[in-house]
Design a protein around this ligand. Structure first.
Ligand SMILES: [Zn+2]
Length: 110
């Protein structure tokens, strides 16, 4: 990950958060918003890519509300899995893309 969190636009009037960032709020119409970053999310659904599976494409509900689609180069994932969000480093033949990495599972308190 080259940068932590995904950039999102949050309306300062009604609080609605949109992804990708917008210049107008679709709910209240104001132009007044601020850039925020969603750093975490939970896997909602996923599918394995490739044969054998070497990557996962998943929809992720971010901590700020919007659902994003991201690719994970790590096949061990499950619904509800908490992940850390970020943008992947662009390569010579690929543009920047959104990605995520799994967050280590915490032990339940005894
Ligand atoms: Zn608004």
């Amino acid at each position: 990950m080259s940068q932590q969190g995904l950039p999102m636009w949050q309306c300062v009037q009604c609080g609605r958060t949109r992804f990708p960032p917008r210049e107008l709020c679709p709910r209240c119409g104001t132009e007044r918003g601020r850039l925020v970053r969603a750093r975490y999310g939970d896997v909602v659904e996923y599918t394995h890519l490739g044969q054998p599976a070497d990557a996962v494409l998943a929809s992720i509900r971010t901590e700020l509300g919007p659902i994003v689609i991201a690719r994970l180069n790590y096949p061990d994932v499950h619904n509800g899995h908490e992940v850390e969000l970020g943008t992947a480093q662009p390569g010579p033949h690929s543009p920047a893309r959104y990605g995520y990495v799994p967050v280590p599972e915490q032990d339940e308190p005894a």
